[in-house]
Design a protein around this ligand. Structure first.
Ligand code: AHG
Ligand code: MN
Ligand code: MN
Length: 331
């Protein structure tokens, strides 16, 4: 069988953008390289001193693990060395990281990133991920600014995620469908394994942290009961699956059909997940795969963004299931 590597695929797809000069292709290639380095560290996390907590606290007030820092540093280094990006926004950094260097001064893009998603799973050998989102800059030249990130999700040029799981996968979109690549460790290359990914209209899986049940809005409580009811026609009861790494839960649901919800809770009245580097890129991927993403009453990618670390509730997955959950929210 002939394999197609991520590098080959990106070059072939460059003709989809006749006016582009290859910067986006190079940027995607750089992300692939950084992903391989992070994957190497994740897979030996049990072996080396990288495990454990640094004792520092990130801007969200959560405990930061060493691997979060490692992944953050790797991606930032890759973007700085690549020269295609004029600023970075990361979950791990309070403010944006403007890039002020000779090679980046004409860079067209900004990148928002969750370098390590699912950090509570690092220590226990459960899948974690990286989420990225790429925008064209709005400022004209020099280092990028915060305003460059204040765009709608619909303005994303590309987005994707990497799963460091039983195998390592990179899934991305440039707005022309979704393609998935699996790392073949024997040759060290991401190979096209999931061309033209599409999500079923409906599925059998619902993913939500039911431990927060008492703190959920009434609509969510009713929807959970709906998922648990017996009904042949709609294939219920659904199965409950929740890993706690959003990337892995949403990736599984994309393939099998399903819904992932992180609603508001009384503890997190604005939701927990971040719009810029978690929800918008995942929404772009899911929509491109034929699915849907909402905050409960509005399309995720049309939400106005006012803060880098803005939070939002998230309802994402198969169209029919997301629509049903929204009916419960609205009634
Ligand atoms: P991160 O590790 O980047 O902070 O993100 C974790 C997110 C998401 O991936 C996951 O589904 C969710 O938070 C888990 O949160 P709970 O433990 O509150 O369910
Ligand atoms: Mn995350
Ligand atoms: Mn994270």
């Amino acid at each position: 069988m002939k394999v197609k590597t991520l590098g080959q695929f990106i070059i072939e797809k460059q003709s989809d953008f006749p006016y582009a000069k290859g910067e986006l292709s190079r940027l995607l290639r750089d992300i692939g390289i950084a992903a391989k380095i992070v994957n190497r560290e994740v897979s030996k996390a049990g072996l080396v001193e990288i495990l454990g907590e640094t004792g520092e606290v990130n801007v969200q007030g959560e405990v930061v693990k060493k691997l979060d820092i490692f992944a953050n540093d790797q991606f930032i280094a890759a973007f700085k060395a690549g020269g295609e990006v004029c600023a970075i926004a990361s979950e791990e950094n309070d403010d944006i990281i403007p890039i002020d260097s000779e090679i980046s001064k004409n860079a067209k893009y900004v990148v928002a990133i969750d370098p390590l998603d699912g950090s509570s799973n690092i220590d226990v050998n459960v899948s974690v991920g990286t989420i990225f989102s790429i925008y064209r800059r709005k400022s004209s030249s020099g280092p990028g600014t915060k305003e460059d990130f204040f765009q709608h999700g619909t303005d994303q040029v590309a987005a994707g995620y990497i799963i460091y799981g039983s195998s390592c996968m990179l899934v991305y979109t440039t707005g022309k469908g979704v393609n998935g690549f699996t790392l073949d460790p024997s040759i060290g290359e991401f190979c096209l394994s999931h061309p033209n990914m599409s999500t079923p209209e409906s599925g059998k899986v619902y993913s939500i942290n039911e431990g927060n049940y008492l703190h959920f809005p009434e609509g969510i409580k009713h929807y959970i009961k709906y998922c648990q009811e017996e009904d042949m026609a709609s294939n219920r009861p659904y199965s409950s699956r929740y890993i706690g790494s959003g990337v892995a839960d949403i990736h599984r649901n994309l393939i099998t059909g399903g819904i992932y919800i992180y609603p508001t809770t009384t503890k997190s009245p604005k939701g927990k997940l971040r719009l810029l580097y978690e929800c918008n890129p995942l929404a772009f991927i899911l929509e491109q795969a034929g699915g849907m993403a909402s905050n409960g009453n509005k399309r995720i990618m049309e939400i106005e963004i006012k803060e880098l670390h803005q939070r939002t509730p998230l309802f994402i997955g198969s169209c029919k299931m997301v629509k049903k959950s929204l009916e419960f929210m609205q009634s």
